[in-house]
Design a protein around this ligand. Structure first.
Ligand code: ADP
Ligand code: MG
Length: 367
């Protein structure tokens, strides 16, 4: 089921009537979520992810704008009638019910033409339990299960009505690191198996990048960029997006374009065309540095961290806007910590220029 948002906006009145300003939690969102895809709504806490999801679910009413499921305008439809499945961060299972009863619950509440026979309900509950691989835990109570298992039950309960759209709000946040990894792969598998259009909300860029067909990067209620994860990583539209995606994060320098050369501090690191002389902000991905004896960018070596396959070199440079510069290079490269200076060449496709004031990306050509 394709989901389309049209100028979707949510404004919360100020809590403090005198001093406070209203909050534009979601500002004029217009985009399509393609049928059968998993899309990640991504951004820092408070950027409007949950509000967007709640409006799609019908739990919150938009201030303006419309929501379509396929051709149907569902903006005024109640949550029950939208055909959605919802999963929250805190599993929200009924503690006194068994797993089976929890999963059956949404089916038992169906009314009218949707009403199901007891056998059909049981069959459906077992299908959902098998899908999330908890079919051997059906008689347990939530308190007798791990967080990961509880979240699987919550997902089964959201799937049991075969929703048109599955909405997940930070579903992995309460799980420990390993379970988080495992469960996110499970969610991806379940989504592929069922083909249900899924909207996955997270503040964790790695999580969103790893499982989404498409990500929507948001900041303060405004969509910054929409695209396939790799595409957004390789072509960030502005400094915020460049900084938000990637671990370790992108290295940021103050720089200058002058006479066709790009300078970081005193070092002319690249010959470029198509940019007028100006001060710029320069972003270099950690994998964008190449060690070279005659490398053009000179940094003061602080530390070398060996991480098996890769080496992470920590250095400093006066032009760096972060305390430390972190480069990731192949572990075959030997770096002598006794050296005071480390010299790099910079891979042009891993380097981005941004307008110093607006922080928008500046395109350039390599000479
Ligand atoms: P996220 O899920 O990305 O962390 P939210 O959608 O929860 O962000 O919140 C977006 C903004 O809207 C925040 O500034 C938040 O404080 C505000 N907000 C959310 N819900 C309410 C509400 N019920 N009343 C007032 N402000 C709200
Ligand atoms: Mg939230």
């Amino acid at each position: 089921m394709k989901v389309a948002l049209q100028n979707l906006t949510k404004i919360f009145p100020s809590r403090d009537k005198k001093a406070g300003k209203e909050v534009v939690a979601v500002n004029d969102f217009t985009f399509d979520i393609p049928d059968g895809k998993l899309i990640g709504l991504l951004g820092p806490s408070g950027c409007g992810k949950s509000t967007t999801l709640y409006m799609i679910s019908g739990l919150q009413k938009p201030t303006s704008g419309k929501i379509f499921f396929g051709e149907d305008d569902v903006t005024e439809l109640s949550t029950e009638n939208r055909g959605i499945g919802l999963v929250f961060q805190n599993y929200a299972l009924y503690p006194h019910m068994t797993v089976k009863q929890n999963i059956l619950f949404p089916l038992q509440n169906l009314k009218g033409a949707d009403k199901m026979s007891k056998e059909a309900m049981l069959e459906r509950a077992e299908w959902a339990a098998r899908l999330v691989q908890i079919d051997d835990l059906m008689d347990r109570k939530p308190s007798e299960m791990s967080g990961g298992q509880q979240q699987r039950v919550a997902i089964a309960r959201a799937l049991v009505k075969m929703p048109r759209v599955l909405l997940l709000d930070e579903p992995l946040s309460n799980l420990d690191a390993r379970l988080r990894l495992q469960t996110r792969e499970e969610i991806r598998r379940i989504q592929r198996e069922t083909g249900i259009t899924t909207i996955f909300v997270t503040h964790d860029q790695e999580e969103a990048m790893s499982i989404s067909d498409m990500i929507v990067v948001m900041k303060l209620g405004v969509v910054q960029q929409i695209g396939e994860p790799q595409e957004v990583y390789d072509n960030p539209t502005n400094l915020f997006v460049a900084k938000f995606l990637g671990t370790p994060p992108i290295n940021v320098f103050s720089g200058k374009v002058s006479g066709g050369k790009l300078y970081i501090g005193q070092d002319a690191v690249l010959e470029i065309a198509g940019v007028s002389d100006q001060e710029v902000t320069v972003g270099v991905r950690p994998e964008g540095f190449e060690l070279a004896e005659d490398g053009k960018l000179h940094c003061q070596l602080s530390n070398v961290e060996v991480m098996g396959r890769d080496v992470s070199i920590v250095s400093t440079n006066e032009a760096s806007l972060n305390p430390m510069i972190r480069s990731i290079i192949n572990a075959d490269n030997k770096v002598d910590l006794a050296n005071k200076v480390v010299s790099y060449n910079v891979k042009p496709h891993k380097l981005f220029l941004f307008n110093k004031e607006t922080e928008e990306r500046i395109p350039f050509e390599v000479k």
